[in-house]
Design a protein around this ligand. Sequence first.
Ligand SMILES: Nc1ncnc2c1ncn2[C@@H]1O[C@H](COP(=O)(O)OP(=O)(O)OP(=O)(O)O)[C@@H](O)[C@H]1O
Ligand SMILES: [Mg+2]
Length: 330
Amino acid sequence: MGQLEGGFDIANPIIQIRGLRKLYGPHVALDGVDLDIGTGGVGILGPNGSGKSTLFKCILGLIRITEGGGEVLGKDIVTMGPDIRSKIGYMAEYDSLDPGLTAVDQVRYAGELLGMRPDQATQRAHEVLQYVGLQDQRYRKIETFSTGMRQATKLACAIVHDPQILFCDEPTNGLDASARQFMLDTLRRTISDGGGTVIMTSHVMEDIQGVCDRVVMLSGGKVVVEGRIDELARQITREIEISVWGGATKMEQWLLQHGHKVRRMGRIMRIEHQGDQTIRAILEGASETGAQVRVLREYEPDLEDIFLLIMRKLGKSAKSSSDLKGVPGK
Ligand SMILES: Nc1ncnc2c1ncn2[C@@H]1O[C@H](COP(=O)(O)OP(=O)(O)OP(=O)(O)O)[C@@H](O)[C@H]1O
Ligand SMILES: [Mg+2]
């Protein structure tokens, strides 16, 4: 696998962060973050404690920044927090809903807190609850809601004032498959229909890949990789993927003995692509070992592969993105 290179290639950033540091007492949570973010979908990845939620709170002006700063929609994040919050939506990591309220009252209340007139907030509450799929449950108390319905209510609260940028911290956390799909579809729709910007964190690569075209990876409070997902994927060395039935182990050993780099997942093997000779070697290996190669194709790397490469470069021993929850950020 090759080198990964990110960089500032955004023509019209709507968020610009420079030299951002955040300390909680002596503990460094963000350690000099420089970041440009344009419109569209942006995924923030990183192990537990790497600073994702802290970055959101700093950008939203919710916590005091220790050093550095930046602008959101041309407004200073250090001094213009309330102004920024009126133009952006924030779906926090933790549940801040009032279980005693109905969904429509909760969302209207969120709108009023953001400075909307009561009649405006009421009308929008009904609109956004329909948008997030809760039109039939809007008069029910939140205490009767499932996790998926609570997450959808949080999203409705975050978009009640029609923000230009939506920050979602772990929007799919705790959701079952269908609620998760609905949440991801709604976020995608927010980007494609409204021309909006969604900045989301998740521990699940597939969620980020389904919504975002760019990714920022944090580790130990620093940005370690930033860029378009397709461009990062292009920087990964190509592999040929084969599916082997009968004799997979012999085939793997033959390839390794002949100097090929092999990643094996059961019947599936991915072999580093070094030109036509790789395909010739696979066919020769199959005929010599008697292995049956049923499928042979060029493998398209995904965000999971990018993640594994980054973790390896950082000297961390993650085997898959599910290890994100177990890898300490420092
Ligand atoms: N209020 C706080 N007081 C002290 N330390 C904090 C506080 N909030 C966060 N931290 C620490 O700062 C670091 C970054 O935390 P943060 O919550 O931003 O990480 P994260 O990437 O969002 O993690 P997770 O994936 O678990 O949500 C962690 O080491 C965390 O323990
Ligand atoms: Mg967090």
